[in-house]
Design a protein around this ligand. Sequence first.
Ligand SMILES: [Mg+2]
Length: 241
Amino acid sequence: MKPSTPSAKATPSAKATPPITINWDEIQTVFLDMDGTLLDLHFDNHFWLEHLPIHYANKHDISVDQAKADFGEMCSHIEGTLDWYCIDYWNKKLDMDIIAMKRLVSNKIAIRTHVETFLKHIEKKACRVVLLTNAHRKTVELKFEHASIESYFDRVITAHDPEIGIAKEEDGFWDKLHNVESFDPQNCLFIDDNMSVLQAAEHHGIAHLLAIRQPDSQQTPKDTQHYTTIECFSQLVAESV
Ligand SMILES: [Mg+2]
């Protein structure tokens, strides 16, 4: 999960977005994040920041504001760790069926604009395409039920896989990834919406990094620091759209 503070609705930019040039001859592996990168983070933010607190408030007979405060306090202790992203952890911690609750708002799961065009574009390239996510397998399965992107990947790896066991932003993640997936950092393209995750990848020497400017379509764009920014995936397939 990736809760963040809600903010005002973003106004779609009328400004043209320039193409982002990638030398595909240098790319052997494309690692792609899921939530906030390929899929709109609005589902996740809505679920964790609005939907879940309502059910938690009903369960404990407290106000929704109190539920949000209580949940925020619980999150603050484990933010950025694997537990934060773990369905089993929250099932037990909250004594609630998180996946069943997610299904109630699963109509909000959405693929970002031009993502499928991009995935079809790289399908033709001579590179391996790997989904690399902090999301729990149960969440990945739910997302794939509502967003038909699974077939574009050569492999799906989650930080919860037993051989890894730490979140993408934690030290050692990329070393553990080497144990299960062969790749040369110099020949990797990695796209993610989390700056801490991109920093960890940068420290490991991943050569080609791209950040998502507006992970949640209902919130304002974010600061992508020094990373090259994707406003829209059409920038990566300019000749195709
Ligand atoms: Mg993400």
